[in-house]
Design a protein around this ligand. Sequence first.
Ligand code: ADP
Ligand code: MG
Length: 353
Amino acid sequence: MKNFKVALLANLKINAPKFEGMAQDQWDDLDSEKTIKSLVEAIRAGGHTCEFLEGNLSLLTTLPSFKPDICFNICEGHFGDAREAHVPSILEMMRIPYTGSKVLTLALSLDKPMTKRVIAFHDLPTPSFQTFERIDEPLAIDMSFPLFVKPSREGTGMGVSRNSIVHDENEMREQISVIIDKYKQPALVERYIEGREVTIGFVGNLLGPVAHRLPDDETARRIQAGLHFFPPMEVDLSPFTETDTVYSNRLKVDLADKLNYLCPAPISEEMKADLNWLAAAVFRVTGALDVSRVDFRLDMHDNYKPYILEINPLPGLSPVISDLVIEAAGEGIGHTELVNMILETALKRYALI
Ligand SMILES: Nc1ncnc2c1ncn2[C@@H]1O[C@H](COP(=O)(O)OP(=O)(O)O)[C@@H](O)[C@H]1O
Ligand SMILES: [Mg+2]
């Protein structure tokens, strides 16, 4: 393949702004130097020229000077309710191609309630929910305990712990107030889905043109050609049942290398086909591109019925520990190959190869 000039755009944890009163997990979703180094090496191993550029306003000078053919974008952004969409907006204004989803999808998917409204509109299964902008808003009558309280616009399990599962109105108000105070954003309260934790990662694009909506007819053909699904991964939370029955910030950040990841997950072929289809459907209705990971909970009280929790159009790419990396490895695809699969998917989409 032709040699491309690739700028790796990311937000390094050590470059993140500091400010008074910031939460101790404020930048937990940003990347380490180790991850950046491995991504640059992976892209170079794919035969390309690659440099890392910090994804902030310095891009206004670093990009015109580096002149990349394409950017490999994994920027999480720093501030605001659409922070993941900031760098892609700059790239579109400069008319520079980039990997992964675009502005609208990144802004949407960062906001879990908004994404759930789109998902629910298409009759895809997601836990029933209510958002709380204020602590004292009345609870909707169709919401029954236990419920799950989390931030509307965070990732990496931020604000998620065993305390997120609430059993009565007092516990719920307490947790809503923690989320609103700490993360300065509405709290998302969902039906608590007790059961298994499965995530589906994939690379590719639906062979178009495919409308960003689903057919009304449930028996219609499941359109997913063009997507390469990795084997489903289950996070085995059974060793943690005393402390964490959910995939919490503590597990994702402090204990990531001690977790038992089952990949491929021990689920039936039929369940796997359903999860892949639901993942493709979410990817489609949210207009995602090139790569994504869709998180599910399987309800143990309802025959393991799958519920969509969220779509991650910028899934973590840390070697060894990130969910998507583990999923690719489940099929014998290493980190270098995975990174180049994503890059090639974007190059094809822009008709550069
Ligand atoms: N409604 C829910 N019921 C049960 N567990 C949940 C629910 N929502 C979130 N969780 C747990 O919290 C974890 C993190 O939630 P998620 O919405 O995927 O946010 P993040 O962006 O932090 O990954 C999930 O992987 C799951 O273990
Ligand atoms: Mg998640």
